[in-house]
Each structure stands twice: as C-alpha cells, then as structure tokens.
Design a protein around this ligand. Structure first.
Ligand SMILES: Nc1nc2c(ncn2[C@@H]2O[C@H](COP(=O)(O)OP(=O)(O)OP(=O)(O)O)[C@@H](O)[C@H]2O)c(=O)[nH]1
Ligand SMILES: [Mg+2]
Length: 218
C-alpha cells in the first residue's frame, strides 16, 4: 500500500485512514482543524461531501501518518460519504453535548459503520466516540455517564469529551485510535516500501485477542 506522495521524501512507519462521522454542526471540521493546524475559527461552513487532511504523529518512536476523512453530517451527502467508509481502518463518531438529538443519532452512526463493508478491518471495526463543545458545559444536555453507558453497550473503544474551541482532548482522540490500530493490526514488512517501514497490509486482518473496551469515565 503506498503512502502519500513520495515515500522517500516522507517515510512513515504506519499509515491509518480514519473516517470522522456524526450529525451536522457537532464540530467535526473544527476538531480536525484543531488537530491538524492547532487553529480554531468561529466562521462556520458546513462540509460538502468529504474533506481530507493528514498529520504525522510520533508514537513510541514510530512515525504514524493519520489521514482523516472529515465527512459532511448533512443527510443529502450521505451517499458520497458512505463511499469512503470501506477504505478506512477505523471510525470516529462525534456528537454535540449541548444537543441531545446529536447524541440520539449515535446508534444510527454506529449502525452505518457496522453495516457497510470495510476493506481494511474485520468487524468489529474500531470505533471511538467523542462529545464535542465541552466548553459549553452549562448547556449540557447529556451526562458523560450516559455516553459511557452507550459506549459500553455498543463496544466502542472509548469516549472522550472534547472542545475544539478550547483545545481540550483533541490530540487524545486521534492518539487513542492510532494506538488501538497499531495494537490490533498485523503488520507486514514491504521490501519495496519506504525504508525501515511497516505498513498495513490491504487484506482484512484477524486479531488474536478482542480489543479491550474502555470507557474513559471520570
Ligand atoms: N463552543 C464551541 N463551538 C464549537 C466547537 N466546535 C465547533 N464549534 C462550532 O460549531 C459549529 C459547527 O462546527 P463544524 O466543525 O463546522 O461542524 P461539522 O460537524 O463539521 O458540520 P458538518 O460539516 O455540516 O457535518 C461552528 O459554528 C463552530 O464554530 C467547540 O468545541 N465549542
Ligand atoms: Mg464539517
């Protein structure tokens, strides 16, 4: 599997493709922008289709490229966004803790992930939940404990409260997912690939152990 651009110019140890889903206006794009560039803008523009971004992380001395596909939450883009699911390694689902409706949509998003074919993961597809806008806690409509219960019920990896505005828990979301993907995937050495690199094989991968299901409560 090829990396982005020239592997010689930009070698990496791992490459993970992560799909970001959830209702419109929960702050998916703001979270990705904060993760990628450290910036936050109040200027709002709904995503049209899918936006793509990439950031390299250093995890335990390894260079990990995280490609994030930030999807539009609006219903009218659903056909386009679903076409990106199958080449993702993991899914991150977002809701807005000030709007209960966005939390009630989470089972629907989980169902979408479970019902669509993923090329690079066998079920259960690693799925992580975050509740955004924790800076607006005074308008909270969903207790964190409710989110933990839901995460446990559906076997999600973790649930985190984030704020793109105040830069809370943003890197942690992607780090948790990347670490989980490193832990659960069998890696194959590609002789012709980037120097000193292991990249994910494009076959579905069987894991020996069930991933630990965490709810980061408290
Ligand atoms: N207070 C607060 N506002 C936020 C936060 N994150 C995003 N917003 C605001 O929420 C609105 C929606 O943000 P987006 O990132 O565009 O939402 P989205 O989920 O990408 O929406 P779609 O692209 O339509 O799916 C914008 O007005 C943001 O400024 C946050 O952490 N705190
Ligand atoms: Mg968006």
């Amino acid at each position: 599997m090829a990396g982005i651009g020239s592997p010689e110019d930009d070698p990496f140890d791992f490459l993970f493709k992560i799909i970001l889903i959830g209702d419109s206006n929960v702050g998916k794009t703001c979270v990705v922008q904060r993760f990628q560039s450290g910036a936050f803008s109040d200027k709002h523009q709904n995503t049209i289709g899918v936006d793509f971004s990439v950031r390299s992380l250093n995890i335990d001395g390894k260079k990990v490229k995280v490609q994030v596909w930030d999807t539009a939450g609006q219903e009218r883009f659903r056909t386009i966004t679903q076409s990106y699911y199958r080449s993702a390694h993991g899914a991150i689902i977002a809701y807005d803790l000030t709007r209960r409706q966005t939390f009630e949509s989470v089972p629907h998003w989980i169902h979408e992930v479970e019902s669509l074919p993923f090329l690079f993961s066998l079920p259960p597809v690693p799925c992580l939940l975050f509740c955004n806008k924790s800076d607006l806690a005074e308008n909270r409509q969903i207790l964190f404990e409710e989110a933990c219960t839901l995460a446990e019920k559906f076997g999600l990896l973790a649930v985190l409260e984030t704020s793109a505005k105040e830069s809370r828990n943003i890197d942690e979301v992607f780090l948790l997912m990347a670490k989980e993907l490193i832990a659960r995937n069998t890696l194959h050495f590609h002789k012709d690939g980037p120097r000193n690199s292991f990249v994910l094989d494009s076959r579905p991968i069987v894991t020996a152990n069930e991933p630990e299901k965490n709810c980061l409560c408290g």
